[in-house]
Design a protein around this ligand. Structure first.
Ligand SMILES: NC(=O)c1ccc[n+]([C@@H]2O[C@H](COP(=O)([O-])OP(=O)(O)OC[C@H]3O[C@@H](n4cnc5c(N)ncnc54)[C@H](OP(=O)(O)O)[C@@H]3O)[C@@H](O)[C@H]2O)c1
Length: 422
């Protein structure tokens, strides 16, 4: 019997022979693994039977890595202990497979990362460009006109202006600013006494001609023939559609009285539409004129608890911009004026708004700035601080704006209700 113990010469030779044999069979198996990577090795590692999915998995670098460790074990340990060998293979493969997997994912994601980087760069460039345009817009509308000579409104548009809702707030202040620039005025409002007072005081103070028409715009269709008749003999150069009503305080639509909803339709939308209908044909004939529709910053996005009001202002804004496209070539300038809060009777329900002049300027400060944008911008808040506020508000996503507006209007409503109760 041959001595095959490791210490004996034959044993050593036998062992060497055995080792050579194992090395041969190892290199033989290595070749086989390279040729048939998915068959025998998989069976030895007790992989589940090959399904089409499994085939795909087997071909992956992770499985190949397991096989590589199996070879490493066989070559170096020189014997098969299936349980330990498999465990070793799995542990080593698991360690390496993380890295391999990461490399694979990183490799396949490389193009996605580049695409995302491009999208990010495009977004930043777009925002940057917008910021530059907005800053230039602020300079162009509010600051440059102060440096150069002002537009001569009489020469540009005509001698007479009509202002609706001219007995208080923005309308009255706008009328005064026009008079300060030498424009004669026809004031339209519902209260004769107030109209007389405002009309006389403007005529006296600014040495311009004034007249007034007493109508209630909430009456609807019946009033317009009267206005048309009264304006028949006058060349209207500027029409300021200022008259407007809002809810008494922010409120859910279902709780707003029906009468108020009709007022919003008749006063905010119908009045401006019909006034344009009356003055536009003569402006077209003369190939000059300006129409200012006082909308609101609430036209830009839906405002909860101001649904009817903000929608009526969106109507005015769209109406103005479309009109400008239609008649700019005929020498008619149409402006959509979209103020934020202005301290007038309309926001009297809130002490917060009246106490923050940077948020809500007085009507006269507002009107001075707004008139200086006439002929320069077709759509503006009319006041630089309002434009900055709007810029910030419009930079947030709409859902966030609406959420914030709802909270803000809740605060204002509660304040108004507690003021009414006390
Ligand atoms: N104040 C703001 O924070 C703000 C913000 C954005 C937009 N706006 C818009 O700016 C415009 C002017 O607002 P305001 O704050 O100056 O309002 P206001 O102070 O309440 O003045 C409204 C003017 O319209 C007249 N008026 C109201 N209802 C009338 C009717 N049925 N018929 C005839 N005249 C009527 C009023 O006459 P009486 O004097 O007889 O009441 C008053 O002269 C509105 O279109 C409003 O939507 C205001």
């Amino acid at each position: 019997m041959a001595d095959l113990t490791p210490g004996s010469p034959r044993g050593r030779a036998g062992h060497a022979a055995g080792r050579n044999g194992r090395e041969e069979s190892a290199s033989e198996e290595k070749r086989r693994v390279q040729l048939e990577p998915n068959t025998e090795i998989e069976q030895r590692l007790a992989f589940p039977p090959c399904t089409p999915q499994h085939k795909r998995f087997s071909a992956s670098p992770v499985t190949m890595e397991t096989q590589r460790y199996r070879k490493l074990w066989d070559d170096n340990m020189g014997f098969h202990q299936e349980g330990v060998a498999s465990l070793f293979c799995y542990i080593m493969a698991a360690v390496d497979s993380f890295y391999l997997l990461y490399r694979e994912i990183a490799h396949s994601c490389h193009s996605y990362v580049e695409t995302l980087a491009l999208v990010g760069a495009w977004y930043i460039a777009k925002k940057g460009f917008r910021l530059i345009c907005d800053s230039y817009g602020l300079l162009r509308v509010y600051f440059i006109p102060r440096l150069v000579s002002r537009i001569d409104l009489v020469k540009h548009y005509g001698e007479w202006a009509v202002v609706t809702g001219a007995t208080s707030g923005i309308g009255k202040a706008y009328a005064e600013e026009l008079a300060r620039r030498g424009v004669n005025l026809i004031l339209i409002s519902r209260n004769k006494e107030k109209l007389e007072n405002v009309s006389d005081s403007i005529a006296e103070r600014y040495k311009v001609q004034t007249a007034f028409i007493v109508v209630d715009f909430s009456k609807g269709r019946e009033i317009y023939p009267l206005i048309q008749k009264a304006l028949n003999d006058v060349e209207i150069g500027i029409l300021v559609n200022n008259v407007g009503v809002a809810y008494d305080y922010p409120q859910y639509f279902g709780l707003v009285p029906e009468e108020k909803l009709w007022d919003i339709v008749n006063i905010n939308m119908a009045a401006a539409t019909m006034m344009v209908n009356i003055v536009l044909p003569r402006m077209i004939d003369r190939q000059k004129g300006a129409i200012v529709n006082i909308s609101s910053a609430s036209c830009y996005r839906p405002v909860p608890q101001m649904a009817g009001y903000s929608a009526s202002k969106a109507y005015l804004d769209h109406f103005s911009r479309a009109l400008h496209h239609e008649y700019a070539s005929k020498g008619i300038f149409v402006q959509s004026l979209t103020p934020m809060y202005v301290a007038t009777n309309m926001v009297e329900y809130s002490g917060i708004l009246s106490s923050l002049p940077w948020l809500a300027p007085s009507a006269s400060v507002y009107a001075r700035h707004a008139v200086s944008t006439l002929g320069i911008s077709t759509r503006t808040t009319g006041y630089w601080s309002h434009s900055i506020q709007l810029l910030l508000l419009r930079s947030v996503p709409e859902w966030l704006f609406v959420y914030g507006a709802n909270i803000w209007n809740n605060i204002l409503r509660k304040e108004a209700l507690s003021r009414m109760a006390s």
